[in-house]
Ligand binder design. Structure first.
Ligand code: ZN
Length: 113
């Protein structure tokens, strides 16, 4: 499952940072999830619980902030907020779209001591 791999990668990143910075406790990880990244915030939450279970990060909270997916229509130039369920231009119904934002999934912030 896609989301499980993502959460596993996040946990490895956090773990690497903890060792590097000699942190003792990670309270919260804030993740920015683009609406066009293909990752579902709900699944990410569930997978996070699964990957942290039984690790030193079992109490670490995952916060998700979604980023709107803005795309530009290559046929009429219209820019609009899209999601993966409706990938066509509302003005001309073209599917030739170029994503401008919302395709990334990044760790925004890690709250730790
Ligand atoms: Zn268009």
């Amino acid at each position: 499952m896609h989301e499980l791999g993502i959460c596993d990668a996040i946990l490895k990143t956090v773990d690497g940072l903890v060792k590097e910075e000699e942190l003792t406790c990670v309270h919260k990880v804030t993740l920015e999830v683009g609406m066009l990244s293909g990752a579902m915030p709900n699944f990410l939450m569930d997978c996070w619980q699964a990957v942290i279970d039984g690790t030193p990060y079992a109490d670490t909270e995952l916060a998700i902030e979604t980023i709107n997916g803005i795309v530009r229509c290559e046929d009429c130039g219209h820019e609009f907020s899209a999601d993966l369920e409706r990938l066509y231009c509302p003005k001309c119904v073209s599917r030739r779209l170029t994503p401008l934002t919302g395709t990334d999934l990044t760790i925004k912030e890690i709250e730790a001591d």
